[in-house]
Write a protein that binds this ligand. Sequence first.
Ligand code: FES
Length: 181
Amino acid sequence: MFGTIWGYALGAFGILALVPFVALARRAAPRGTAWSRGARLVDGDGAAIKANDIPVGGVTTVFPEGHVAAAESATLLIRLEEGLLLSEPGREGWAPGGNVAYSKICTHAGCPVAVYNHLYYQLYCPCHQSVFDVLQGAKPLSGPATRALPQLALDIDGQGYLVARGDYTEPVGPDRWSRPS
Ligand code: FES
């Protein structure tokens, strides 16, 4: 049953989505992303997402409005039951309505984190099997990743759409991407 659940979640993300991220991992280090204060979260078709659009237990890949091709900005939007998230100090209010967002780029080697298991609230990277705890700031639970997936601070605008409060406050992807070359 465990394997079946992982399998369904992977299908929802799309296995073909792995390719651009692997290519990105071989490229020069990105410095910052296209997220900015007030940028709406949009899906791969550019459609803006409201706070109640994702059902509890659901997950989708989002980008900043106008930047759906910005691979380094790819973010996982997960809808949790309200009150379950154990917010890190200083991150209170970053997940309005149970919507929490983490970078989709694995902090180990840059593959896309491509599977979500809502029973265990875990994200899984298929490249080398790192597992991240969604309820505790996406900290790594097992596998080779040693750093949590960065969290994107969210808000809800006056029309009910999810927006970013700014760019990520820490580098996305593997640490080697953010080292000076
Ligand atoms: S790239 Fe994710 S575990 Fe290696």
